[in-house]
Design a protein around this ligand. Structure first.
Ligand code: 13P
Length: 260
């Protein structure tokens, strides 16, 4: 039986992907100003390109927008040209790092990096060692959804990507169906509810009562119009937002789903 979800403080995360120059950080200043006017029952983080992590982390935000990176290497340091370690992100001021995003899991010939769940697990461990919190992404492709394999695929990614030493404050799961990312398509409320219930069950089975405390985010075409409906689904504890996190006006309306 799935343990009843305890009071979980939701988390809304922006993922800027490969977008944003220094000047774009003014959007976050605007976001901060907007957020300071109201009370919200959620945490907020923005995962910016590695080039902006330090600058974002040194901006003074009363509304507490936390800084995150978008990926890290599984090793602490070494001969890995162009890569960034979890320790480096931490040193630059990050509190969070996204790992296992589908845009990195995708095969190289399709523009991704071919990352496996085993590699994602190494990255989670590296983040833990560096004192960074990880947002671990899982999600099925459209072909897998159509063949009825969604729960199997998501379950396997979850099992293989998470180390045994997981605890709820430091690890957040993000369910992002690959076909919903940047497409304007979202699964139905029932479909999202079914996957999130499956993830919750898998977490409680593996981690006992602690499994009920993990935040499980939904990501994929979240926008100001659908945020309230999606965030109200059982076991959805926040959102991972791509395109709509680039503009303060849109992102603050999404965070507004948790306005008190
Ligand atoms: P969109 O919100 O642009 O669909 O992107 C979702 C995503 O990939 C966030 O990590």
């Amino acid at each position: 039986m799935t343990a009843p979800a305890k009071k979980i403080r939701p988390l809304v995360v922006g993922n800027w992907k490969m977008n944003g120059m220094g000047a774009h950080l003014r959007e976050l200043r605007r976001l901060n100003t907007g957020l300071s006017k109201h009370k919200f029952g959620c945490d907020v983080a923005v995962c910016v390109p590695a080039t902006l992590v330090h600058r974002l982390s040194t901006m003074k935000f009363g509304a507490k927008i936390m800084t995150g990176g978008q990926d890290c290497h599984g090793a602490q340091k070494g001969a890995h040209t162009g890569d960034v370690s979890a320790q480096m992100l931490k040193d630059a001021g990050a509190k969070w790092v996204i790992v296992g995003h589908s845009e990195r899991r995708t095969e190289v010939k399709r523009g991704g990096h071919g990352e496996t769940s085993k590699l994602v697990r190494e990255k989670v461990l590296a983040a833990q060692m560096a004192g960074l919190r990880s947002i671990v992404c899982v999600g099925e492709m459209l072909t897998e959804r159509k063949s009825g394999d969604t729960l199997k695929v998501v379950g396997a990614q979850l099992r293989q990507s998470l180390p045994d030493t997981c605890n709820a404050p430091d690890i957040v799961i993000a369910y992002e169906p690959v076909w919903a990312i940047g497409s304007g398509l979202t699964p139905s409320v029932e479909q999202i509810g079914a996957v999130h219930a499956h993830i919750r069950k898998a977490l409680t089975r593996r981690f006992g009562d602690a499994g009920a405390a993990f935040r499980v985010l939904y990501g994929g075409s979240v926008n100001p119009s659908n945020a309230a409906e999606l965030m109200a689904i059982a076991n959805v504890n926040g959102a991972l937002v791509g395109g709509a996190s680039l503009k303060a006006a849109d992102f603050s309306r999404i965070i507004g789903a948790y306005r008190r």
